[in-house]
Design a protein around this ligand. Structure first.
Ligand SMILES: [Zn+2]
Length: 416
C-alpha cells in the first residue's frame, strides 16, 4: 500500500534567468516547478477547472492542442487530477457547470482522474444550507456516474463526499459506494481541526479518518482534499487513503516559522526555518543603494567576514531606514490624494517599529540550511533562497519547500 501526493497547480512559474545579487531577471523564459529539478517533486498535479479556465486564453494563443501534459511539458507518468474548483464558486448558489460539460472537459484535456461536481458546505452549522448542499453534491455525484457510464470516457471518475459531522460524511461515503463508485474524494476538510480534540464523535480530521477507515478500505482509490501534514501520512496509509493534495507553497510567505523547510538527510527528519525579510524600496527590477548595502552584508556573511549578530544588526538598521522612507513616501502621497487607506497605513508605520524575529533569524543564520540542501534552486541562490522579497523569489523558496516535502514523504513511505 502506498500513497500519492498531488500538488495543487495554479500555473505559477519563475524566470529562468535571475540574478539574486542584483535582483534582475529576464521575462522571456519561465519555468514551472517540475522544470527546476531532475525529477518532479510530486506524483501528480491537481488542476481546478475554475483555475484552468482563467489560463485558457494564454494556451489558445500557442496551439489548439488540448493535451495538458503536452502543453505543460510534463512526463506522461505524472498524473493529472481534475476537480471543478468548488472553493472558487463556494459563495454561489449552485456550481456553475453542467455534468456533461465537466466530464467532457476532463476527457478533452487529458486528465487521468476527475471528480464529480460538488458544493462545499461553507457553514457547517447552518442546517438549511448544509442540507441543500449535501443533497446537491449527492445528486450531482449520481448524475456524473450515470453520464460517465453511458460514454466511453478514459479517465477515472471519483465521487465527492461532503458533510458537516462524522455521521453525515459516513453516510455520504456509503451512498457513493452503494450507487457504484470505485473511487472517492473527501472534501470540505480545510480548516477542520486536525487532532482528536474532545470526544471521538467531534469532527476532527483524525477522528473522521479513523471512523471512516473500514469503509474507505472497500474503495479502489480514496483522495483527501487539501490536507497533507506529514504527521497524518501514516494514518492515511493505514486507513485506505491512496492519495491527497496539499497546498504547502503558501507557507513559504505566510508562515514566519515555516517559511523554509528542509528534509535533513542525516537526521532523517524535516526541519523548519524562517526567512529574512528585506523589504522592497521600489517595485521596479533592480536594487537601490540602501538594498545594495544589505545585500553586501549578506555576501560578507556568506564569505564568513561578518558574524550572524552583525548581519542581524544590519537588518535592524535597514528596517528602521525602511520605516522612515515609507512614512515620508506616504505623507507625500496623502498630500495629493488623501485616501483613508493611505492614512491608515501611515498611522500604522508611525505607531509600529518593523519587527524582526531575532531568535528565528539567529537559528537560520547559525544552521545555514541552504548549504545542506541538494536542490538546484539552493545551489543557484545560496543564502538568497531564504530572503523574503517579491513573488518570483518567494516562489523559488516554495518550489524548494515542495522538493523537500516530497523527500520527507518518501522517507515516511519507505519506513512504513
Ligand atoms: Zn533547496
Amino acid at each position: 500500500m502506498t500513497i500519492e501526493f498531488f500538488l495543487p497547480f495554479e500555473f505559477d512559474n519563475i524566470p529562468q534567468d535571475w540574478d539574486p545579487w542584483n535582483d534582475t531577471w529576464r521575462n522571456d523564459k519561465k519555468k514551472y516547478i517540475w522544470e527546476c529539478f531532475d525529477k518532479p517533486p510530486f506524483d501528480g498535479l491537481l488542476i481546478s477547472k475554475a483555475r484552468l479556465d482563467l489560463h485558457l486564453n494564454y494556451f489558445k494563443n500557442l496551439t489548439d492542442n488540448k493535451d495538458l501534459k503536452n502543453l505543460l511539458n510534463l512526463a506522461s507518468s505524472i498524473k493529472l487530477f481534475g476537480d471543478c474548483g468548488a472553493f472558487q464558486y463556494r459563495n454561489e448558489k449552485k456550481p456553475p457547470y453542467s455534468v456533461e460539460e465537466v466530464l467532457d472537459y476532463y476527457q478533452d484535456y487529458g486528465f487521468d482522474m476527475g471528480c464529480s461536481i460538488d458544493h462545499i458546505i461553507t457553514n457547517k452549522k447552518d442546517i438549511d444550507l448544509r442540507t441543500k448542499r449535501y443533497n446537491l453534491t449527492k445528486r450531482l455525484a449520481k448524475e456524473c456516474l450515470k453520464h460517465y457510464s453511458s460514454k466511453s470516457y478514459t479517465f477515472e471518475l471519483f465521487g465527492v463526499a461532503q458533510g458537516w459531522d462524522i455521521e453525515s460524511y459516513k453516510s455520504s461515503v456509503i451512498y457513493l459506494k452503494n450507487i457504484g463508485y470505485e473511487n472517492i474524494c473527501i472534501g470540505g476538510l480545510v480548516g477542520v481541526y486536525k487532532q482528536i480534540s474532545r470526544t471521538s464523535n467531534d469532527l476532527t480530521l483524525v477522528n473522521l479518518i479513523k471512523q471512516l477507515a473500514p469503509i474507505l478500505k472497500k474503495f479502489k482509490k480514496v483522495h483527501i482534499f487539501g490536507r497533507g501534514n506529514l504527521d497524518l501520512i501514516k494514518l492515511y496509509i493505514e486507513s485506505g487513503i491512496t492519495q491527497f493534495d496539499y497546498n504547502l507553497m503558501r507557507k513559504s510567505w505566510t508562515d514566519e516559522k515555516r517559511s523554509y523547510q528542509i528534509f535533513n538527510k542525516t537526521k532523517k527528519k524535516s526541519e523548519f526555518y524562517t526567512s529574512i525579510r528585506i523589504r522592497l524600496i521600489k517595485r521596479k527590477m533592480g536594487i537601490t543603494p540602501e538594498e545594495i548595502g544589505v545585500f553586501d552584508k549578506l555576501q560578507d556573511f556568506e564569505n564568513k567576514i561578518i558574524s550572524s549578530e552583525e548581519l542581524i544588526s544590519t537588518l535592524k538598521e535597514y528596517n528602521n531606514f525602511y520605516r522612515t522612507f515609507k512614512l515620508k513616501e506616504l505623507s507625500k502621497q496623502i498630500k495629493t490624494s488623501n485616501k483613508t487607506k493611505l492614512i491608515e497605513k501611515y498611522n500604522y508605520y508611525k505607531k509600529n517599529h518593523l519587527s524582526l524575529n531575532i531568535d528565528l533569524i539567529h537559528d537560520l543564520l547559525e544552521d545555514k540550511p541552504w548549504n545542506i540542501c541538494d536542490c538546484e534552486l539552493c545551489r543557484e541562490a545560496g543564502i538568497h533562497i531564504c530572503v523574503f522579497r517579491r513573488r518570483i523569489r518567494n516562489l523559488r523558496r516554495a518550489f524548494h519547500n515542495v522538493y523537500n516535502y516530497f523527500l520527507a514523504l518518501d522517507h515516511i513511505k519507505n519506513n512504513q
